[in-house]
Design a protein around this ligand. Structure first.
Ligand code: PMP
Ligand code: GLN
Length: 384
């Protein structure tokens, strides 16, 4: 393994899902739903396969039907006008979108600011691009993890090339507010920074939270790469259909990298996701309501088991503090938890450069059936 990747080893998701399989524990670690997305979307994929649509290399930017559906979604939902021919690129999941964006936009030595704790692929992709990662830590503040805007501002140097933002935020469940996003946008404009914004959980916002795309703020349209994924919104994480929307210039840049990573992917599934994006609004509200109910089941269960819960405003993850249990090392806690309680969770520390700051936090996924969440909560409670 070369020096750029040496520090990364095996992703925590593979490690913890393997542990779940080996021990038979309930897997609230890796974030994937235990029920698949809508039947009609699956049928659309079957039809595409059977009719021979997408079984050979689809077009490099993605099939026109999907690019049109993505543009229509941005218009309908956020009032953002996006040209499906020049401002959309379909990728192999958001994972490839992140990789291609960073490989295309970061010069060796450039600094990339990322919100810590960060989704693990960010660090690896910044490293593969030869960039230097500069974490800005989201800190627990009352009931949420909060971005300190002064700290973000102070992290920008003459070498900063790009801000890598994620809202709704994995793993903390924080949804950046309009004011926070406006400040990030002002900073990007003032310091002439590019912004890559991972908005894969755009449809999973709860209570009073609202998802507002960073690209919709003044001055952001031409400096922002927005990433999303069908894996999250339609519960098909195995299909690996993601996309970016950005200015023609940025799409062209990201596509230059993408064409040598996968070239294209997921032909028949692209047809199905095009149909999924056109589902009636009731699908999206139903999906959100279902996840909200699940959040509340797991949050109550974790609280009963004695953990301190940061009730998320978005995503399908809960971050909890294990210190009330007399524990302080989330990594040791998560390694022992399958044997001790029959539950798998993810130690949030692995998403930090400042591991000590993340040490007592553990992430639980709640994209699972209600009875599974209840059983997990009961096990955690009885394991004390
Ligand atoms: N970004 C974030 C914040 C995620 O949580 C995930 C999924 N775990 C991804 C990107 C990757 O998405 P995909 O499965 O579409 O590659
Ligand atoms: N995005 C999901 C998570 O955060 C799955 C990640 C993965 O398996 N790479 O759990």
């Amino acid at each position: 393994l070369n020096r750029r990747l040496a520090e990364f080893g095996t992703t925590i998701f593979a490690e913890m899902s393997a542990l779940a399989l080996r021990t038979g524990a309930i897997n609230l670690g890796q974030g994937f739903p235990d029920t698949d997305g809508p039947e009609e979307v699956r049928e659309a994929a079957v039809r595409a396969l059977r009719d021979g649509r997408g079984n050979q290399y689809p077009p490099g930017p993605g099939i026109p039907e999907l690019r049109t559906a993505i543009a229509a979604h941005q218009q309908r939902r956020y009032g953002l006008s996006v040209d499906p021919d020049t401002e959309v690129l379909v990728t192999a999941g958001a994972t490839e979108a992140i990789a291609a964006a960073l490989l295309a936009l970061v010069e060796p030595g450039d600094e990339v600011i990322a919100l810590e704790p960060y989704y693990d692929s960010y660090a690896a992709c910044i490293a593969m691009a030869g960039g230097a990662r500069v974490p800005v830590t989201l800190r627990p503040d009352g009931s949420r993890f909060r971005l300190d805007l002064d700290e973000l501002r102070d992290a920008v140097t003459g070498r900063t090339r790009l801000l890598l933002i994620n809202t709704p935020h994995n793993p903390t469940g924080t949804v950046l507010t309009r004011e926070e996003l406006a400040s990030i946008a002002e900073l990007a404009v003032e310091r002439d920074l590019l912004v890559v914004t991972d908005e894969v959980y755009e449809h999973l916002v709860f209570d009073d939270a609202e998802h507002i795309p960073l690209a919709s703020f003044p001055g952001m349209r031409d400096r922002t790469v927005t990433i999303s994924s069908a894996g999250k919104t339609f519960s098909f994480t195995g299909w690996k259909v993601g996309w970016i929307t950005a200015s023609p210039e940025l799409v062209t840049a990201v596509r230059s990298a993408k064409q040598f990573l996968t070239y294209v992917s997921a032909g028949p599934f692209q047809y199905a996701v095009a149909e999924a994006l056109a589902l009636p609004e009731s699908y999206f509200t139903g999906f959100r309501a279902d996840m909200l109910a699940k959040r509340d089941v797991l949050a109550a269960g974790l609280e009963e088991a004695g953990l301190t819960v940061y009730r998320p405003s978005g995503t399908y993850f809960i971050t909890a503090d294990i210190r009330p249990l007399g524990e302080s090392d989330g990594i040791a806690f998560c390694r022992a938890l399958p044997e001790r309680a029959g539950v798998v969770a993810i130690p949030t520390a692995v998403f930090y450069d400042h591991r000590d700051m993340g040490a007592p936090f553990v992430r639980f996924a709640f994209c699972k059936q209600r009875h599974v969440l209840e059983e997990a909560a009961a096990r955690l409670k009885s394991a004390g």
